[in-house]
Design a binder for this molecule. Structure first.
Ligand code: GLU
Length: 290
């Protein structure tokens, strides 16, 4: 008998500000994908960069998710407590030749069309200047399948695109931490905003280097404001009003084109989430607004 795969999804916000409508839509889509498949849904706070994260943001995000009835199936996971795991992954990648030290400045790289003037890939001697650690990408015409958007083709350029894993300032970078954590947390399915679509081909190579099976990916269109800009803290997206969770979730279901019946607007929160899990139709989410 074949063993059924246990779905494990997650919502992984970077705490750069309070939850806004755009992030609620992403959170809800990942929650509904998991629940509609009897899966588990996790929350991971991607607090890697204290310089961009107001101290109160994590609390605000968790309070908002709570107020909207989006409870995780396991305790919340914090990337700021995972430095040992990231160190170990970097050591492993360095040892296997999948990572290298790089002290080039952004300016130097730009002036060289992305090639490293210090030939960092080949000359990995100890540096007396601060250095970043980068991942060694292979040239690749990458093909993978998005659960919503269908077949994807992404070109990856060796050296020019090599992503930073550990920044010069000593902070671990998103591309490393997201893969290490999704592996360690046994995440089988990633639902996230399509602003991260272009990250995926690189992440596939990092999975390969760490000898792990990549998850399924589903990228949902990002919500834009009236000026066509992504809702984000940088664009001053307003924080969600935690006193109106049913209204907010109803609007999020509409944004996901789930066509919720109007009667749900006056129902308790639990009923709305139950309806949404039962009727979740990922195929109805619009594909155009990337
Ligand atoms: N932390 C990332 C963000 O807030 C999302 C990471 C992911 O879902 O892969 O944009």
């Amino acid at each position: 008998m074949t063993k059924l795969r246990q779905y494990r999804g997650r919502f992984a916000p970077s705490p750069t500000g309070p939850l806004h409508f755009g992030s609620l839509v992403t959170a809800l889509a990942s929650y509904l994908e998991a629940k509609s498949q009897n899966g588990q849904w996790l929350i991971r706070i991607e607090d890697l960069d204290p310089l961009r994260e107001p101290a109160e943001a994590t609390g605000q995000i968790l309070t908002s998710l709570d107020a909207h009835g989006l409870f995780p199936d396991e305790p919340v996971h914090f990337q700021s407590r995972r430095h040992e795991a990231y160190h170990a992954a970097i050591e492993h990648l360095l040892y296997k030749g999948y990572a290298y030290r790089c002290s080039c400045s952004r300016k130097q790289l730009q002036a060289n069309n992305g090639r490293h003037p210090l030939r960092c890939r080949n000359d990995d001697t100890t540096r007396d200047q601060p250095f970043a650690i980068r991942f060694v990408l292979n040239d690749d015409q990458c093909q993978w399948h998005d659960q919503l958007l269908g077949p994807q083709h992404q070109a990856v350029q060796a050296e020019i695109d090599d992503p930073v894993m550990l920044r010069k300032e000593g902070f671990f970078a998103y591309q490393l931490a997201v893969v290490v954590d999704d592996i360690d947390q046994g995440v089988t399915d990633v639902v996230r905003g399509s602003d991260l679509l272009d990250m995926t081909a690189q992440q596939l190579q990092i999975y390969r280097a760490l000898e792990a099976t990549p998850p399924h990916w589903l990228h949902i269109p990002v919500i834009v404001n009236d000026h066509g800009q992504k809702l984000s803290k940088q664009n001053h997206a307003p924080a969600l009003d935690n006193h109106t969770p049913v209204e907010n979730l109803f609007a999020a279901l509409e944004a996901l084109n789930q066509q919720p019946p109007r009667s749900l607007r006056t129902e308790p929160l639990e009923n709305l989430l139950k309806w949404a899990s039962t009727h979740w139709n990922r195929g109805a989410v619009h594909l155009t607004s990337r």
